[in-house]
Design a protein around this ligand. Structure first.
Ligand code: ATP
Length: 667
C-alpha cells in the first residue's frame, strides 16, 4: 500500500475538519478538539519543578540508584549480549594498554642505559609497537560497538516504552501536566539512557583498570605519590557529583519551559496552524513567546555552566599542582641518582595519566548520574501501574455481548479533583437495540458521557453498568472491541484512503472489498474513486509516497474527511454499541440528509448513541435525553418531549423556525 509504512511509522495525525493542530508528540500538540488546546496550555511551571524535585531525589537515593543501574544494564544486556561482552573485552584491553606501553618504555630506556643484546632490545621494541598498535585500535573498535549497542538498546527501550504508553487504557494520564513532563523526557531521551549508562560504566571500568595499573607502577617507584594522587581525586569526585545532580535537576525544571518552547515553535511552523497564524497575524506573538521560553532556558543553563566553569578551574588547578609537584620531585630524585630515566617515564605517564583518567572517570560518573535521572522517567512510565484498575482488585472478565443495555447510575464526574463537576448524578439507561440521543447546550457533558461509555475515564462517583456489570470489572480492551464510534474531534490520518477507513477494524485493514463497501455506506466511495490512485491515494501533503512515482498526496475537504471518519466507524457497524458524536457537523445540507438516512438504516435494530445539535436529525431516536446542569432533565421520545414543552421543545422550535430566535448559549 502506497506510503503506508512510512506514514504509519510516523503515526502523525491531525484533527478532523476542525482546526485541530497536528499531533506533534514533541510539542504536546494534540489532535484538535475541545479539550486539547485548553489542557496543553493550562500546564503551569509548578509541575515541572515538582517532577524535577521528585525524580532528582529518587535517582539520588542509594538503593534506588542501584536498582536503576541494574535495570539500565539489564536492558542493554538483553538488547545486545554478544556486543556487550565484546565491548567489555575491549575495555579491559584498552585499559591495560597504556600501562603496558609505559612499562615497556621504561624497560627499553633502562635496557638502552644497560648493555643488552640487539635481540633483547628488538623484542622489547616489537612488544612496545604491538602494545601501541593495540592501544590505538581499541578506541575505534570500542566506538563502533558503543554505537551499535546504543542503536539496539534504543530500539528495545523504545519498544518497551511505547508498549507501556499504548497500554495506558485511559486518557487521564495524557492530560496530567506532571505526567506529560515525565512522558516527554522519557520519550525524547529515555530509550538512549541505558546504552549511555552502559557505555559510561565500561569507560569507568576501563579507566579504573588503567589507574590501578599506574597506581601499582607508582607504588613501586613513589608510594607517597600514589597516595597524593588518590586523595586529590576526592574533592573532584564530590564536586562533579554535585554538579551532575544540579544539571539533571535543572533539566527537569526547564522541562516544562522546553515543552512550551517546542509548542510555540510548532505552532509557528506547523501546516495545520498555518491558516490561523497568518490570518490573525499570530506569527510574531508565538515566535516572541517561544523566544521568551528559550531565554528562560538559556538563563538556567548559563548559570549552571558558570558554576561548572568555576568548579572545573579549581579542580584543574589542584590536578596541575599534584602533577607538577610530582614531576619536580622526580626531577630532583633523578638528579640525585635515586630514580632512573625509565622510572621518570613511568612516573610522568602515571601522574599525567591518572589525573587525566580521574577527570574522565568523574565526567563519566556525572554523565551516568544524569542519564540515570532521565532513565528514572523512562522507568516510571514503563512501570506505571494500570490506570483503570478494577475496584479493590476484583476479578476482571471479558465484556460479553450486550443484551439488555448500559445503565448510568448516579454518575458524577469531573476531569480532576481541582476541576468543576461536569456530571452531577446522571441516571440514564441506553437500552439494547434502541437509538438513544443526547441533547444539550455546549459544555453540557454529552461528549463526556461518550468518553465514559468508551471507558476513557471511570466515573468519579456512581457506576456505569454493562448488562448489570460494573464496566470497571470488564476488560477494557474487550469492552472497546464491542464499540464503534465517530468522535467529534475525529482523526485524519496522514495515510492512504484505504487505511483511513480500514483502521476502524485493524483485523480487516487489508480487506479491500470490506473497505470499499464501507466507503459506499458512508457515501464517500465516489470521492475516493476519483482520487489519482483511488483507495491507495495518500491523503496528505505532509509525506511523500514511498514509491518512486513522484505522485504527491492529496488533501480532502472537511466534509470529505468527516465521511471518511464515518466510514472508519462503519467498519465496526456490527459491534454492540455505535456512538455517533456529531457525525454530520461538517456536512452540507444534502450530505447531512443523506448521511442521516444511512445512519438510520445502520442504527435500525442496533444499539446506538447519537449526539447532534441538529435536533431534526435526532427526532426519530427511540429515546432522547436532555442534559443540563450535569443531570438528565428530560427523557422521552420526540413527541413526548415536544408535548412536555421543556428545553427540548424550546430548542426544537427555535431550530425548526429557521433560527429566527437566538437559542440560549451556555456551557
Ligand atoms: N479533558 C478535559 N479536561 C478538562 N475538562 C474537560 C475535558 N473535556 C471536557 N471538559 C469540560 O467538560 C465540560 C463538558 O464537555 P463536553 O465535551 O462533555 O460537553 P458537550 O456537551 O459535548 O459540549 P459540545 O456540545 O460543545 O460538544 C466542558 O466544560 C469542558 O470544558
Amino acid at each position: 500500500m502506497k506510503g503506508s509504512g512510512k506514514a504509519s511509522l510516523k503515526a502523525s495525525a491531525k484533527a478532523g475538519q476542525k482546526a485541530g493542530a497536528k499531533a506533534s508528540q514533541k510539542a504536546g500538540l494534540k489532535a484538535g478538539g475541545k479539550a486539547g488546546a485548553k489542557t496543553r496550555l493550562k500546564a503551569g511551571g509548578k509541575a515541572g519543578q515538582k517532577a524535577g524535585g521528585k525524580a532528582g531525589g529518587k535517582a539520588g537515593g542509594k538503593s534506588g540508584g542501584t536498582a536503576l543501574l541494574r535495570a539500565a544494564f539489564t536492558l542493554a544486556w538483553q538488547a545486545s549480549r554478544g556486543l556487550l561482552a565484546a565491548r567489555a573485552g575491549i575495555a579491559l584491553i584498552a585499559g591495560l594498554a597504556p600501562v603496558v606501553v609505559a612499562w615497556l618504555t621504561k624497560l627499553l630506556l633502562d635496557q638502552l642505559a644497560g648493555d643488552r643484546t640487539d635481540a633483547e632490545l628488538l623484542t622489547v621494541v616489537v612488544a612496545l609497537a604491538t602494545a601501541g598498535l593495540v592501544g590505538a585500535l581499541m578506541p575505534a573498535a570500542g566506538q563502533f560497538l558503543d554505537a551499535e549497542m546504543s542503536r539496539r538498546t534504543q530500539l528495545a527501550g523504545r519498544e518497551q516504552l511505547f508498549q507501556a504508553i499504548g497500554g495506558f487504557a485511559g486518557l487521564g494520564r495524557f492530560e496530567d501536566p506532571d505526567f506529560q513532563d515525565r512522558l516527554q523526557l522519557a520519550v525524547a531521551d529515555g530509550p538512549a539512557t541505558p546504552a549511555q549508562v552502559t557505555a559510561n560504566g565500561l569507560a569507568i571500568a576501563q579507566s579504573t583498570v588503567t589507574i590501578t595499573g599506574f597506581v601499582v607502577a607508582l607504588a613501586g617507584t613513589a608510594p607517597w605519590m600514589a597516595l597524593v594522587v588518590a586523595v586529590a581525586a576526592v574533592p573532584a569526585v564530590r564536586a562533579e557529583l554535585i554538579l551532575s545532580r544540579a544539571r539533571a535537576a535543572m533539566m527537569l525544571r526547564l522541562g516544562h519551559a522546553t515543552r512550551r518552547e517546542l509548542f510555540y515553535a510548532d505552532l509557528v511552523s506547523s501546516v495545520t496552524a498555518a491558516k490561523e497564524v497568518r490570518l490573525y497575524g499570530l506569527g510574531n506573538l508565538f515566535a516572541g513567546r517561544m523566544a521568551t521560553e528559550l531565554r528562560k532556558i538559556n538563563r538556567g543553563m548559563r548559570d549552571l555552566d558558570l558554576r561548572e566553569l568555576r568548579m572545573q578551574s579549581l579542580l584543574t588547578g589542584l590536578a596541575a599542582a599534584v602533577a607538577g609537584g610530582g614531576l619536580v620531585w622526580a626531577a630532583l630524585s633523578a638528579r640525585s641518582g635515586s630514580l632512573s630515566a625509565g622510572d621518570i617515564v613511568v612516573l610522568a605517564a602515571a601522574t599525567g595519566g591518572v589525573q587525566n583518567l580521574l577527570g574522565s572517570i568523574i565526567g563519566d560518573f556525572a554523565r551516568t548520574h544524569q542519564a540515570l535521572l532521565i532513565f528514572t522517567h523512562f522507568r516510571e512510565v514503563v512501570a506505571a501501574p494500570a490506570d483503570l484498575a478494577a475496584p479493590e482488585g476484583l476479578p476482571v472478565a471479558a465484556a460479553p455481548p450486550l443484551r439488555d443495555g448500559i445503565e448510568f447510575k448516579n454518575v458524577w464526574f469531573r476531569y480532576g479533583p481541582e476541576l468543576p463537576w461536569i456530571l452531577r448524578g446522571v441516571d440514564l439507561t441506553i437500552r439494547a437495540g434502541e437509538a438513544t440521543a443526547l441533547v444539550g447546550l455546549n459544555g453540557a457533558g454529552k461528549s463526556t458521557i461518550v468518553k465514559l461509555l468508551c471507558r476513557f475515564y471511570d466515573p468519579t462517583r456512581g457506576t456505569v453498568l454493562w448488562d448489570g456489570v460494573d464496566v470497571r470489572r470488564l476488560d477494557v480492551v474487550s469492552l472497546r472491541e464491542r464499540v464503534g464510534a465517530v468522535f467529534q474531534d475525529f482523526m485524519s490520518y496522514d495515510l492512504s484512503a484505504a487505511e483511513n477507513i480500514g483502521l476502524g477494524d485493524v483485523a480487516r485493514l487489508d480487506d479491500r472489498p470490506a473497505i470499499e463497501a464501507t466507503a459506499g455506506r458512508a457515501g464517500v466511495d465516489l470521492t475516493v474513486e476519483k482520487l489519482p490512485y483511488g483507495y491507495d491515494t495518500l491523503l496528505t501533503r505532509y509525506f511523500s509516497p514511498d514509491d518512486a512515482s513522484g505522485a504527491g498526496g492529496v488533501q480532502l475537504s472537511g466534509g470529505q474527511w468527516q465521511r471518511l471518519a464515518l466510514a472508519r466507524a462503519f467498519m465496526r457497524a456490527d459491534r454492540d454499541l455505535l456512538i455517533l458524536d456529531e457525525p454530520s457537523a461538517g456536512l452540507d445540507a444534502d450530505a447531512e440528509h443523506e448521511v442521516h438516512t444511512r445512519l438510520r438504516e445502520l442504527r435500525d435494530g442496533a444499539t446506538s448513541v447519537l449526539i447532534s445539535h441538529r435536533l431534526s436529525s435526532v427526532r426519530d431516536a427511540d429515546v432522547i435525553a436532555v442534559l443540563s446542569g450535569g443531570v438528565v432533565t428530560e427523557l422521552g421520545d420526540h413527541a413526548t418531549l415536544l408535548a412536555a414543552g421543556g428545553t427540548y421543545a424550546t430548542l426544537f422550535t427555535v431550530q425548526a423556525s429557521g433560527y429566527t430566535l437566538h437559542p440560549p448559549t451556555g456551557g
